[in-house]
Design a protein around this ligand. Structure first.
Ligand SMILES: [Zn+2]
Length: 268
């Protein structure tokens, strides 16, 4: 279910006593809700199906901001935040902006930090610190929730390590390069079709086809936020398939399992 609320009047009554939290993307909403439980009301700026590289907020969304106490930024330089966060935050006089990426090393300007469970643990820790900062009375509650979720993320990390070990071929071909932190953590390598945020040119597509053949790749991983037509062209040429993976699913742990399973099926 989506937590994206524009003008839902019904929730206003109960939400008054809850801490209003703004996040940019859905996986962050999951993190905040797992730590904050029933003490928080989370509003996601980039709705399901939209891309944080290009999304522009609707006026109705900005109403939520004036009621929020804290904005947890991804903080990794994602375009939505670079273009909009200052404008959003300026609408409120008392909103606190906290950076989920604190303590995470941004690699090669890649903003997709949340897609490694190890980074997710750091983000969850930062969210916990932030909630304590705005609501210290419930520190114990947040601490228990946080520890439980960190334990689940640790277990996930173990599962993923196991699922992706013992594969000789460690290269995956992806349309949009979301999986850099994931592949680095599990000793894989992503070969992106889209380069530097640009759609591939006809020459780029030919290069990707050549590369896929050389690496004996048969699956192109695309995502629902991007047009998969060019991924399909390449898949057809190499006699392979397009598999959709969602880098922005709210159900973080289950989604990461799905991703690992899809990668492990493709690798040999
Ligand atoms: Zn992306």
């Amino acid at each position: 279910m989506s937590t994206f609320v524009c003008t839902n009047q019904q929730t206003e009554k109960t939400s008054d006593s809850k801490i209003g939290v703004i996040v940019s993307i859905l996986p962050q909403a999951e993190f905040v809700e797992r730590v904050g439980g029933d003490k928080v009301k989370v509003t996601v700026m980039v709705p399901p199906g939209a891309s944080p590289h290009t999304y522009e907020p609707k006026p109705g969304q900005l109403k939520e901001v004036s009621r929020a106490k804290v904005y947890f930024a991804v903080g990794s330089g994602i375009e939505f935040e670079l273009a909009w966060m200052k404008k959003i935050v300026d609408l409120s006089t008392e909103i606190l902006v906290l950076d989920c990426s604190e303590g995470i090393e941004i690699k090669e300007g890649d903003p997709h930090i949340w897609l490694s469970p190890f980074n997710a643990m750091i983000m969850v820790e930062n969210i916990y610190q932030g909630l304590v900062q705005v609501d210290s009375v419930n520190k114990k509650y947040y601490s228990e929730n946080k520890n439980k979720y960190i334990e689940e993320l640790n277990k996930l990390d173990e599962e993923l390590t196991l699922a992706l070990s013992e594969k000789k071929n460690r290269k995956i071909m992806v349309y949009h390069p979301s999986w850099g932190y994931f592949t680095r953590e599990y000793d894989l390598e992503q070969i992106p079709i889209e380069r530097e945020g640009k759609e591939p040119t006809p020459k780029g597509i030919l290069n990707s086809i050549k590369q896929a053949r050389e690496e004996e790749i048969t699956t192109i991983f695309a995502s629902p936020q991007f047009d998969a037509k060019k991924a399909e062209v390449i898949a057809k040429e190499i006699g392979g398939d397009v598999v959709l993976l969602d880098p922005l699913s709210k159900d973080y742990i289950e989604n990461m399992r799905k991703v690992a399973l899809a990668f492990s099926r493709d690798l040999r």
